[in-house]
Design a protein around this ligand. Structure first.
Ligand SMILES: Nc1nc2c(ncn2[C@@H]2O[C@H](COP(=O)(O)OP(=O)(O)O)[C@@H](O)[C@H]2O)c(=O)[nH]1
Ligand SMILES: [Mg+2]
Length: 456
């Protein structure tokens, strides 16, 4: 969602690098450009001001390093200040010494609280905890039902009863104690706009259960409204962090850059879609370098570790080594990559990509076409594509809704790929740093289910 901002910084930094020395005039010019870029991205004015001033103070000060060029120094300062705006060292949750750890979600209606509650439950489960979801949104009859459905999806128990929100929250916590659940996530009611009644209700819920963590859930697509809402909730509740939702939307992203600063608490989690696993812990430093076009390799690696099935990966490496990598294996690998989310998102995390590539429209349908073609082949054909003659090609094309020349293209590309692999280069590379060894380190849990990585 920060693409346009990333492009702007890319331009600014490219110009900057072409300059040898940076005098006051050059620095002024750069700061002006940064200011415009941030404002255009919808970052709130006060945040832009404080950010630009912080950069100015350091860039014109005596903070000089011999090992960096002037341009690199400015980039480093911008990176660090942007990290600061996004919440500095970030959010760390420590579990209560006397369980349960109580978490309260607050925010406007439609912000994504109920969805985030279920995603949080899943997150805690991945960390080996036993969460209880508490449905304290009694405004809409369907709200508790929605929570129950989402809770079932992520395999978390849900508690609610048709009394009143404060009572439900209190009894939810008591229920967790009774049945030995170590995390309680309370989903509260929202309104379409801030009003006294709403604020009063969440305040009473918070007073009753004294949560260890109160998260403000906010829709990143609401722009400057998000900043106003954040301020109102900040004044009412003692917030501990922000959950930014709908980062998959095509907003300019400025609100995301403003909210943490406004409430003085870090962004703790971000939600990037409607699926339960479109949810990530937020790392200000990583996001800053992503915005500045410097990539986010750490997140990419983490996601790969989470989504990649070790068993499948190891098998592929073995088959590569043995020179037996078939279309069937290729198909399996495609499935794995797909689990990591849309390709465009993955590309955005790679460092140092030229702008054209970063912004290339990746057509996920190409991938779907390749899959369809492979699926339309018989196992024998997947194993040995040389079987595919004219009539078989016709059949595969028909079965996959493609053309014989699509089928041909895929087969040709696959042959090229196999050639590279047979040369042994890829197999050794993968064998050395790839899945095999890593899996052994983890106690050889080959085929461990998705999400089975140890808690961080
Ligand atoms: N695209 C997208 N939709 C989301 C995200 N989070 C929530 N939603 C959707 O936003 C709508 C409102 O979410 P809900 O959790 O019911 O909001 P609540 O009123 O705050 O509880 C639902 O349709 C969700 O599926 C997200 O990160 N991305
Ligand atoms: Mg809700």
């Amino acid at each position: 969602m920060f693409e346009s901002l990333t492009d702007r910084f890319d331009q600014i930094f490219t110009r900057l690098r072409s300059k040898g020395r940076l005098g006051d005039a050059e620095i002024d010019a750069v700061l002006r450009e940064i200011r415009v870029a941030l404002l255009e991205a919808d970052v709130s004015l006060e945040v832009v001001r404080s950010l630009v001033e912080a950069i100015r103070a350091r860039a014109t000060g005596a903070e000089l390093s011999k090992s960096l060029t002037p341009a690199q120094q400015v980039i480093k300062i911008v990176n660090e200040e942007l990290t600061e705006v996004l919440g500095g060292i970030g959010f760390r949750l420590s579990y209560a010494s006397r369980p349960p750890t109580v978490v309260l979600l607050a925010g406007l209606q439609g912000a994504g609280k109920t969805t985030a509650a279920a995603k949080l439950a899943r997150h805690f489960k991945q960390q080996g905890r036993h969460p209880l979801l508490v449905g304290a949104d009694l405004q809409r009859p369907a709200a508790v039902e929605q929570l129950r459905i989402l809770g079932r999806d992520v395999g978390a128990a849900v508690f609610s009863e048709p009394t009143d929100p404060v009572e439900v929250a209190r009894r939810g916590v008591a229920e967790a104690v009774r049945v030995g659940r170590d995390v309680v996530i309370v989903d509260s009611a929202g309104r379409l706009a801030i009003d006294e009644e709403l604020m009063d209700e969440v305040r009473r819920v918070a007073d009753a259960i004294e949560p260890h963590y109160t998260f403000f859930v906010v829709d990143a697509m609401t722009g400057q409204d998000a900043v106003r809402t954040a301020r109102a909730f900040h004044e009412t509740l003692e917030l501990d962090g922000v959950i930014l939702t709908k980062l998959d939307g095509d907003a300019r992203g400025g609100a995301a850059l403003s909210v943490a600063r406004v409430v003085g608490k870090p962004i703790a989690f971000v939600s990037t879609g409607e699926r339960p696993d479109d949810f990530e812990a937020f790392h200000p430093d990583r996001m800053a370098s992503r915005i500045l076009g410097m990539g986010d390799v750490l997140t990419l690696i983490e996601r790969a570790e989470r989504e990649y099935d070790q068993g499948v990966a190891e098998q592929a490496v073995e088959r590569l080594r043995a020179g037996k990598f078939t279309l069937e294996d290729f198909h399996d690998q495609l499935q794995q990559v797909k689990r990591m989310g849309p390709l465009s998102g993955i590309i955005g995390m790679l460092p140092g990509l030229p702008k054209e590539l970063r912004n290339a429209e990746i057509d996920e349908r190409d991938l779907a076409r390749v899959e369809a073609i492979i699926r339309s082949m018989t196992p024998a054909e997947r194993d040995d594509p040389s079987l595919i003659n004219g009539s078989r090609r016709q059949r595969v094309a028909l079965g996959s809704g493609t053309t014989p020349s699509d089928v041909n293209n895929l087969l040709r590309q696959f042959k090229e790929m196999q050639k590279v692999m047979r040369s042994g280069l890829m197999a050794t590379a993968l064998g050395r740093g790839g899945g095999g060894r890593r899996a052994k380190k983890k106690g050889g849990r080959a085929g461990a289910p998705k999400g089975a990585r140890p808690a961080r």
